[in-house]
Each structure stands twice: as structure tokens, then as C-alpha cells.
Design a binder for this molecule. Structure first.
Ligand SMILES: [Zn+2]
Length: 386
């Protein structure tokens, strides 16, 4: 799990925790209550429009032992298991990357189930990019392979463990590609009491034969007020800029909210500049700025700095910007820094930051430490790059 999650971890397994989307929620709840839910449904909508959250809330509602026509109860045995993402009758399929030394054809969702639980616990408004980061290898292209399709068919052929229904959710179903053909029979002649929920951004990326056999439900981007409501209800702060930038994509707004990382990458760049210039007029106001972050944030900032310089080192070693686990903005910072920082210097800086982390945790005077570090970085940076 990334260290860079800030704030509480919202739990979003019920309909009422999903902001807006009143019509869609009502429609799905009615279908369950009237027993007219199709066996296979396809949730279509742009990234960050809440498809996965809706799918989980629907599965939760369907399996809840005490539903009230508006939402799942949240406290029955079934709801408790769904909340922990361990309900044995809810199966998840998602694209996966490399897993250790296993051949790609053998790697399935089961290999990444812990990562998946962490990811959706963090937020069911999950982007593919974020998922790749959580899997720990953002550069390997994920897929849904033949073995996974066989597992789906197997899972849905089993007796239910506890509930009356079995639910299979396929997230990022476009990764099925032609493997989707294997599921046609399952969609056409479903086992009794099974619900298959496919999730994708647009139907063009799916086989026609699949789309035509599913009932389609669409999600629209969130409205600004709905996104604000989400952050408010989860006691998370969000600024207008993030709301504006994400234009209805809640997954992106969450990344922006978490991602003070971009703020930190600028701060790191400024720190290096100030150290290199070594001018009292800029050094001391800058140190005051670092001190003003407060204890937890200072620690977080140094952790970020260590992560940044390790990635920076990887770039210097590989010369391949796509190999580094940084955002595009951070990559820009890397490209600006290579003029004054080589591999040796980046190692020295990262080591110093690690030392700083220990000192800060021992409650050393932050102002003295940051001043000392700034002059030390200045000395290193002004040495000519070999
Ligand atoms: Zn319940």
C-alpha cells in the first residue's frame, strides 16, 4: 500500500455513500426488489463516474439479508463481509500485471486479491493508473487472460457459499479482448442466481457479441456539487482547483486530493534551487516555509523526498523516463534537475533525507536541521557534475 495516502479511508459499499446518481440507484434497487435484474449487466461510463462503486453497492444490496428498499442494512453478516471485501459470493476480476516469476498466462486476479482489497478500501473510485501503482509495477501492461476466464466460469458454476446469489464483477472489461468469447455461453445460459456485472468506459472496446447480450446501464460524470459532497462526507478537504481540474471524474479528484505529491515535488525542486544559490535572502524564508509544515507533514515531505530521489536515481541509471514511478509533473521536475544532479549526488541527498527522517522522529529542532541540510545540499550541488 502506498505510503502517500493522506486522510481517513472512506468505506463506500452502500448506495447512499455514492453521491448523486439517484435515478440509476433507484432503478437498480427496484430491479432487485422486483426480481427483474438481468443476469448480465454492463455498466458503461467515463473514468471516475462511479461504475465500480455502483457495482459493489448493487452486489451488497442484492446479498444483504436485511435490505429495506432503499439500501443495504450495513450490519448483517453479509454486509459486514462485503465491507471487508471478503464476501465469498462476490468475485472480482480485474486486469493484472506480472507476479513474481509466474508466467503471465498463469497470473490471475487471485494473485493480486490483497492489493485489490487495499485498493478498493482506499477508494472504489479507482483509476487504472492508480491500480497499476497499487500492483507495484506501473510499467507492465495488465491483462485479463484465458485462465482468468476459466476461473470466472468455474466460480459461477459453484454452489453459493452463504448467499442466495453469486456475483461476478469484471472491472475494466475491455481487457477481456477476444477472451470475452469464452464468456458468451455463461452470459447466454447463466447458472441460476448469478449476476455478472461488466464494467467498461465505452462499448466500442468490447466484443459486440458481449455487448448485445448484456443490459446496459450508464453512469454520467459527477457534478461539482456531488464531488464536494463526497469529500465532505468523508471528512476530506478538497479545493476548487481539484474539483475544476477533474471535471466530474471522482477518481481523479481523489488523486489530486491525496496528491499533495505535486506540491511536494515543487517544494523539492525549490529546495534544491535555494540550496544551490545559497543566498541568505532566499534560504531563511524557505526554511521557515519547511518548518511551518508541522511535524507530520515535515516527515511526510522527507519520505516523499526519499521516494523522489530514489526514482530520480532509477532514471539516471536507465535513462528511461517511463521506468520511473512518478507523475508527469514530477517527471518534469526530474528533467529540470538532471542539469545539476548526477547519480552520486542523488544518492548523497537521499541518504541525508533518510538521516533527517530519523532526526525528525526524535523531535530534533526542525529549523536547525533544515538549515544544516540546506547548506549541505548547497555544497554538494555546487560541485561540478562529472
Ligand atoms: Zn445487510
Amino acid at each position: 500500500m502506498s505510503k502517500f495516502w493522506i486522510g481517513s479511508k472512506p468505506n463506500n459499499m452502500k448506495f447512499k455513500q455514492i453521491p448523486g446518481k439517484k435515478d440509476l440507484k433507484t432503478q437498480l434497487i427496484e430491479r432487485v426488489d422486483q426480481n427483474t435484474l438481468p443476469h448480465a449487466l454492463l455498466l458503461l461510463g467515463p473514468q471516475g463516474s462511479g461504475k465500480l462503486a455502483i457495482a459493489i453497492a448493487l452486489a451488497n444490496y442484492l446479498l444483504c439479508q436485511n435490505k429495506d428498499g432503499l439500501d443495504a442494512c450495513g450490519s448483517c453478516q453479509s454486509c459486514l463481509k462485503t465491507q471487508k471485501n471478503v464476501h465469498p459470493d462476490i468475485h472480482f476480476t480485474f486486469p493484472v500485471g506480472k507476479s513474481g516469476k509466474k508466467a503471465r498466462k498463469d497470473v490471475t486476479s487471485v494473485d493480486f486479491i490483497k492489493h485489490w482489497r487495499n485498493a478498493i478500501e482506499e477508494s472504489p473510485y479507482l483509476s487504472l493508473e492508480r491500480w497499476q501503482q497499487v500492483m507495484g509495477d506501473p510499467t507492465s501492461i495488465p491483462n485479463i487472460n484465458t485462465q482468468e476466464c476459466k476461473n470466472i466460469i468455474h466460480n459461477l458454476s459453484l454452489q453459493t457459499f452463504e448467499a442466495i446469489y453469486k456475483v461476478q464483477i469484471i472491472w475494466q472489461a475491455q481487457f477481456l479482448r477476444k477472451e470475452g468469447n469464452r464468456l458468451l455461453k455463461l452470459i447466454e445460459e447463466p447458472a441460476p442466481n448469478t449476476l455478472l456485472i461488466l464494467i467498461a468506459e465505452n462499448e466500442e472496446a468490447l466484443l459486440n457479441t458481449i455487448v448485445s447480450r448484456c443490459q446496459i446501464f450508464k453512469t454520467k460524470p459527477f457534478q461539482d456539487s456531488e464531488m464536494r459532497q463526497y469529500f465532505e462526507e468523508n471528512a476530506l478537504s478538497i479545493n476548487d482547483e481539484a474539483i475544476f481540474l477533474s471535471s466530474g471524474n471522482l477518481a481523479e479528484a481523489i488523486v489530486l486530493q491525496q496528491g499533495r505529491t505535486s506540491q511536494y515535488s515543487n517544494l523539492i525542486l525549490d529546495w534544491m534551487r535555494v540550496s544551490w544559490q545559497s543566498h541568505p535572502d532566499t534560504i531563511f524564508p524557505f526554511i521557515d516555509k519547511l518548518v511551518a509544515l508541522g511535524k507530520d507533514e515535515r516527515i511526510f515531505f522527507l519520505e516523499y523526498g526519499i521516494h523522489f530521489f530514489r526514482q530520480f536515481g532509477i532514471y539516471l541509471y536507465t535513462k528511461d523516463i517511463n521506468q520511473v514511478r512518478l507523475t508527469n509533473e514530477e517527471k518534469d521536475t526530474v528533467l529540470k534537475m538532471i542539469k545539476i544532479i548526477n547519480a552520486d549526488k542523488s544518492v548523497l541527498i537521499a541518504e541525508k533525507l533518510e538521516e533527517g527522517l530519523i532526526l525528525l522522529r526524535r523531535n530534533i529542532n526542525a529549523k536547525i536541521m533544515f538549515t544544516d541540510f540546506t547548506f549541505y545540499f548547497g555544497q554538494i550541488l555546487r560541485q561540478s557534475v562529472a
